[in-house]
Unconditional design. Structure first.
Length: 324
């Protein structure tokens, strides 16, 4: 479909890394998904195993323990199943049904309880993995994570409303909401948990740190939009940076891809410039913050490497990204 389209040079100066526990984590999450019967069809099983989500989390947390990477990979697997459920049952085109599901999930997270025979597989698996996460977390982290998950659900509902009403969002609206639907803020919260990083709320809420999180989110989201374009075109899904730019500015597809690539490169450069200007918060906090910011960089680079090594987005993802 995109044989005559060229992806411009994409630049990411962050180094690659991979945990030695990656393959063991993948075997474990394969078994976890099977134990809860979360993959309903052979196609779903094939898609999940091809996704190699342990390679994403192994690259995002290369120095974490097996148990900590497994925690993140299991949560990612659960989110994959939720996303697959939306596709399979077209919940992504039925806002009312999607909202009802998200409300049920959030209620179970807000009011944890023991699993019962009446719980669905999606609820039972959520209770189990959420219980593991809460055990390791502070009450403040749990509260913040719940808000982040609620924001993600709100973004998904926004997309569902657009699909139901055949709305192509403006580029500005899409770029704002994509930061929620990417689920990256969820995984940025998990950097603290998996890498045992302790940062005061005033540091996490500092303007420079919040902006770095936004830029890292953009780095993942805009890269994914560029290399997944063929998939969105095939499924007639307008939620892609290239598509909204093309529609809003009446561009050719090549021009829209060029613009999206320029935005990606600008975001990465802005990240590098801003990180070099982060103020000091004291020796101890600076050390923790340095590890947290390394986690953001690992996510950006790790997502790129994972996309290439899995062939997740087809032929369009085979062009290398420069580290210069």
């Amino acid at each position: 479909m995109l044989e005559n389209i060229q992806i411009p040079d994409l630049i990411c100066p962050f180094p690659s890394a991979l945990s030695p526990y990656t393959e063991a984590v993948q075997e474990n999450i394969n078994g976890w998904m099977e134990s809860y019967h979360l993959l309903k069809t052979e196609l779903a099983v094939k898609r999940f195993k091809a996704g190699k989500f342990a390679w994403t989390t192994g690259r995002a947390h290369p120095t974490a323990s097996f148990e900590d990477i497994l925690l993140v990979a299991t949560w990612m697997s659960w989110l994959f199943m939720l996303d697959d459920l939306c596709d399979e049952e077209e919940l992504g085109r039925h806002p009312e049904r999607l909202q009802a599901l998200h409300t049920d999930l959030i209620q179970h997270m807000n009011h944890p309880k023991m699993m019962t025979a009446e719980d669905s597989n999606i609820i039972s698996s959520l209770i189990e993995i959420w219980g593991r996460m809460r055990t390791q977390a502070t009450p403040q982290w749990v509260e913040r994570f719940m808000q982040t998950f609620d924001d993600y659900a709100r973004g998904c509902l926004w997309e569902a409303n657009n699909r139901a009403r055949n709305i192509i969002p403006s580029a500005a609206d899409y770029m704002e909401m994509r930061r929620l639907t990417s689920a990256l803020y969820i995984f940025f919260d998990l950097i603290e948990l998996a890498d045992h990083i302790q940062l005061p709320a005033e540091v996490l809420d500092h303007d420079s740190v919040r902006q770095l999180k936004l830029l890292a989110n953009d780095g993942v989201a805009w890269f994914n939009d560029i290399v997944s374009l063929e998939k969105e075109l095939r499924t007639n899904d307008v939620h892609n940076l290239v598509i909204v730019l093309q529609h809003e500015h009446q561009l050719t597809l090549q021009q829209a891809i060029d613009n999206a690539a320029q935005i990606f490169n600008e975001r990465i450069q802005l990240y590098c410039d801003l990180e070099a200007q982060v103020p000091s918060f004291g020796t101890e906090i600076d050390g923790e913050l340095a590890r947290y910011l390394a986690g953001l960089r690992y996510w950006v680079r790790g997502n790129i490497d994972w996309s290439y090594e899995t062939g997740r987005y087809g032929q369009t993802s085979k062009q290398p990204v420069s580290q210069k």
